[in-house]
Write a protein that binds this ligand. Sequence first.
Ligand SMILES: [Fe+2]
Length: 389
Amino acid sequence: MEGDVLFSECNCFRSASSMSRRGVLCAGGAGFVSALIGTLVGASRTARAQVLGARPSEVDWLAVRMVTDNTVVQFVPSEKRGNLAIERRSSGNQVPDAPPRTALTGEWGLAMHAESRRGNQTRNVLIDFGYTPEALLTNMSILKIDPSTFDALVLSHGHFDHFGGMVGFLRANKGKLKKALPLFVGGEDCFCTRTAGNGGQFGSLDRKAIADADLSLMMAEGPAIVADHAFTTGKIPQVSAEKPLQNTREMVGVVDGFGCFPDKMPPAKNTGSYIPDDFEHEIATNFVVKGRGLVVLTSCSHRGVINTVRQAQAASGVQKVHAVIGGFHIVPPLDDAYIRRILADFKDMNPDYLMLGHCSGDRFYDLARDALGDKVIHSAVGTRFVFEA
Ligand SMILES: [Fe+2]
């Protein structure tokens, strides 16, 4: 394949390794490689996503399943609240039809499966891939989620707890996924190598694995339509008082096929060293449920959860927020005063439901329950939220 030859000339696809000066030098050449990919391979592999031009189409029915999440639950019953059904799944041997000695696996990370219907039309989208393929694949198997039905994949942002399971998922499902299955990302920044706040490696996306899986890489810097039924926010402006934590660092450059191309990045980020992560590429995935309003799948909310919802409103023109699902990332050192400001914003916004999972924060959950009562619902591995018109 032409793309592989081009990448191989840069010696970029052999293994993941720590970022180095050599990596940055390699990345300098990768600008040339990137340009060629754009002309030779990009037409079939990389595309601008379809812009969300007008108000998005509504869906009649939407089910969002937490496939990977931080917690598992036992002995929590399913329930119905008005039009909302909350289906809980036990983690252990009470899982119906599960193979012996398998259990739903909780781990730090997030993956969500959204199934939507409009008339007779059904769409399936996987948003994020969790931290490990083992958890993702085990949970998908127990939950009977069939990857061959997926109409699109979305990666919310380039953090390992959201893409760590991706390569294993693609390998396990080689030949089973729909041809040229779209993978939406929020921009080139998604590919940059990152470290955690303590300096530990936080990974970068494997470009070869994406190419080998024959995915169509959809660059969605602006609001974009996903599988006819959903839309991504595009870049999330900071319009609220939220001050997102900068607890990761990013670096421009490609080494061994991992990293982001300098010529596709702003010059200010081409420093040759790690800089604070600004999360500018993070996107949320959203639906409009007929008669109910927006359902925002926020993933990790590094740009601020209020900012994220505001951008979903701005992009869609839909003001009513039915539900926000995912990681809200309101964690220490953010204090009670900060949390109460967020909750005041949510009170003004008046969503019907907030489903807190993944990185939402224990203290935020406690204070949100105090302030908003049963609007606030915890999520766990296997939990499915079903919305109807
Ligand atoms: Fe996360």
